[in-house]
Design a binder for this molecule. Structure first.
Ligand code: NAD
Length: 359
């Protein structure tokens, strides 16, 4: 198999961590019998410098021609003075919209060797945590009608939450599929005691559930879900929720894992196309120093193998290699909580490659 990947390394630590992810992908290909045809394109600050646009048309075309996109990070102080529409981060928002990436996946995993990084107590974490949050990404209140009316002093502002059935159905179906391949439990989070959009959301989830008798569907109000994530997070396997609720809950869940340098993400379109990126930003404070943690980028690459290419064994092997390296005590600076001597970005990438090769 040959897969076409458009690589958007971006700014700051983006190129450093993406380079390590690409090395791991190539090695995984040799081991599991596939090849990657990688094409680079510009996004963010680098794209502004060269073309004046954070998302040039050529980048959009290259992404559309690919099977998947691997992204580093964008932004930095050099471009902070620019107005909203011209900022590097605008490139990110536009690419998600342009590529129709309606389902955002964020795993929240507490790796056993990094338990002490979690703010949660040992008895709450039990023997570990592995939650997948599926957030609707292109609908809801962030995209609804908004505005202001009235005179200063008596103004009113409004934002509108609207969901069409097809929008709920496509993200719901995706979530059921993921749940089926994981722990076969799906919790749909809404506010159906108050919101009509949530009542429709719940109806559609129940309807989709009829086609997935092997997946246990439950419902939870979002306020309760926020509480349960820190009180008893192990009750969750897969969570599906709307754009705004998912925005908030996925940040909450990521914090219980303790480290931003470990968090991958995927944003999926219809079919198997997806964009994969670490959750962290361009970290300008540590860029160019070979000290960034490449694991979030490497784990994002593993998600690409799993969700866009169906290379399950290769994806699991990369995750296992990361686990082994952590278990052996290797740490980049951001996760050296136990006073370990930190290794650099490249050294961490090499160690993961070595672990992968010997699996
Ligand atoms: P950030 O995630 O870049 O950094 C926050 C802190 O975490 C910093 O101290 C940084 O050094 C550290 N950090 C982040 N990733 C790390 C890694 N892999 N290894 C070790 N340490 C890591 O967030 P920020 O400082 O708020 O934003 C910096 C720039 O990135 C801004 O321009 C922002 O707009 C942009 N940003 C981009 C994205 C993206 O591209 N998806 C996401 C968030 C922020």
């Amino acid at each position: 198999m040959n897969y076409r990947v458009t690589v958007l390394k971006g700014d700051g630590i983006g190129p450093e961590v993406t380079d390590e992810a690409l090395k791991i992908l190539e090695l995984a290909g040799q081991k599991y019998g596939f090849t990657l045809e990688c094409t680079e394109a510009l996004i963010g600050g680098g794209a502004i410098d060269q073309t004046g646009d954070p998302l040039p048309q050529e980048t959009i075309d290259r992404c559309k021609a690919a099977d998947a996109v691997l992204l580093g990070a964008v932004g930095g102080p050099k471009w902070d003075h620019l107005a909203g529409q011209q900022r590097p981060e605008k490139g990110l928002l536009r690419i998600r919209e342009t590529l129709g990436l309606f389902a955002n996946l964020r795993p929240a995993i507490v790796y056993a060797p990094l338990r002490s990084a979690s703010p949660l107590k040992d008895e709450i974490l039990g023997d570990g945590l592995d939650i997948l949050i599926v957030r609707e990404l292109t609908g809801g209140i962030y995209f609804g009608k908004r505005g202001r009316r009235g005179e200063p002093g008596s103004q009113e502002a409004f934002d509108t939450e609207a969901y069409a059935e097809y929008e709920i159905r496509r993200v719901g179906q995706a979530a059921f599929e993921f749940a089926r391949k994981r722990g076969k439990r799906l919790c749909s989070v809404d506010k159906a005691n108050v919101l009509d959009t949530s009542r429709l959301w719940r109806e559609i989830m129940v309807d989709i559930g009829k086609s997935y008798p092997d997946v246990e569907l439950s419902h939870m109000y979002v306020d309760n879900a926020a509480m349960q994530l820190v009180r008893h997070p192990r009750q969750f396997d897969t969570i599906v929720t709307s754009n705004m609720f998912g925005d908030i809950l996925s940040d909450e869940a990521s914090q219980i894992t303790g480290s931003i340098g470990m968090l991958p993400s995927a944003s999926l379109a219809a079919g198997t196309f997806g964009l994969y990126e670490p959750v962290h930003g361009s970290a300008p404070d540590i860029a160019g120093q070979n000290i960034a943690n490449p694991m979030a980028a490497i784990l994002s690459a593993a998600m690409m193998l799993r969700y866009s290419f169906g290379q399950m064994a290769a994806a699991a092997a990369i995750e296992e290699a990361v686990n082994q390296v952590l278990a052996a005590g290797l740490r980049t600076g951001d996760i050296a909580y136990g006073g370990e001597k930190p290794v650099g970005t490249k050294e961490m990438g090499q160690a993961i490659a070595k672990a992968l090769a010997s699996l």
